[in-house]
Design a protein around this ligand. Structure first.
Ligand SMILES: C[S@@+](CC[C@H](N)C(=O)[O-])C[C@H]1O[C@@H](n2cnc3c(N)ncnc32)[C@H](O)[C@@H]1O
Ligand code: SF4
Length: 299
């Protein structure tokens, strides 16, 4: 099973004769309502309001700078990641897309993805985000178990998460959601049941991440204090294999380590990374990879 997945991933990798995977733009919004205990992303909590107008001005400046380094590109994908970009006002998202369109050109069916947390406050913005031009929503569900959502520091329930998924399915041409598996104290049988339930809600794509204990996180401190019962290597492997088996059986095999899609439902943005294409990184925690006359530039 794993060998077959690796062979498929190898086929998806760009070969010299294959067409260019296109040009992408990653936009990073670094703020969240609270910090989850497992997360080491560049994400921060602020007590007061964030000055989005000032941020938008900074995004415009950075887009202009990157476009000067990589002029004339045609944008296949934009990805708003975080942090929690679903906290952004739709006007700000629209302003960033306008700034990108002013400096580069969009492909006619460009993929515009935004990461959303499924609290009711954020779900209230889905309409506005669709109106601003987002055509693919990526929702951080993380678990279908309220006890575990609490342990993960999440501010939403399973019910809210599934309601947000259904709302996204009705509003956006494409959507995906994330789950974290290998959570403390959970068996393979529990994960199989949870994943099978999740797959009833899936569209053309799902991201399934095995929990990683990252340095300098609350989970690292709890693990070091012996307070997290984490899967051993044998269970981790069994969970990975179960994940491959169940997704493939439902027609969404893995197309890289953690992402699974129906044929044609792969994230175009993700494929740019995996096929070693070019992308501009905008915002404080973004990285980019541009081909300039002086050679490839990793930023
Ligand atoms: C930029 S993050 C989150 C976006 C959004 N703020 C949220 O929390 O839903 C993207 C995804 O990475 C995954 N992730 C983050 N930290 C992780 C960790 N330590 N182990 C496994 N997956 C993790 C989560 O599934 C998360 O949805
Ligand atoms: S997992 Fe998402 S919501 Fe939680 S701190 Fe990280 S970026 Fe923010």
């Amino acid at each position: 099973m794993i060998e077959a997945d690796l062979a498929r991933a190898a086929r998806l990798k760009r070969r010299p004769a294959e067409p260019d995977p296109g040009f992408g733009v990653y936009v990073h919004w670094p703020f969240c309502l609270s910090k989850c205990p497992y997360c080491d992303f560049n994400s921060h909590v602020r007590g007061g309001a964030i000055d989005e107008a000032r941020y938008l001005a900074a995004f415009r400046t950075e887009i202009a700078h990157r476009a000067a380094l990589a002029p004339g590109r045609i944008v296949r994908s934009v990805f708003f990641g975080g942090g929690t970009p679903s906290l952004l006002r739709p006007e700000t998202v629209g302003g960033v897309l306008e700034a990108i369109a002013a400096k580069w050109r969009f492909e006619p069916d460009a993929e515009i993805t935004l990461e959303a947390n499924p609290t009711s406050v954020e779900a209230g913005r889905f309409h506005g985000l669709r109106g601003a031009g987002v055509n693919r929503l990526s929702i951080g569900v993380q678990a279908l178990n309220d006890v575990d959502l609490k342990a993960l520091g999440r501010r939403h329930s399973v019910e809210e998460a599934l309601a947000a998924v259904e709302l996204a399915a009705s509003l956006f041409p494409r959507f995906t959601f994330d789950l974290i598996y290998g959570r403390p104290g959970r068996s393979e049988a529990a994960w199989r049941a949870e994943l099978a339930r999740a797959l009833d809600f899936v569209g053309d794509h799902i991201s399934l991440y095995q929990l990683t204990i990252e340095p300098d996180t609350m989970f690292e401190r709890l693990r070091d204090a012996g307070k997290l019962r984490l899967p051993d290597e044998d269970l981790s492997l069994a969970l990975f294999r179960a994940t491959r088996e169940l997704t493939a059986a439902r027609g969404l095999p893995a197309y890289e380590v953690s992402n699974h899609a129906r044929a044609g439902g792969e994230s175009r943005h993700n494929l740019i990374y995996w096929r070693y294409g070019e992308y501009a990184g905008i915002g404080p925690g973004a990285h980019g990879r541009l081909a300039t006359p002086k050679g490839r530039l990793a930023q």
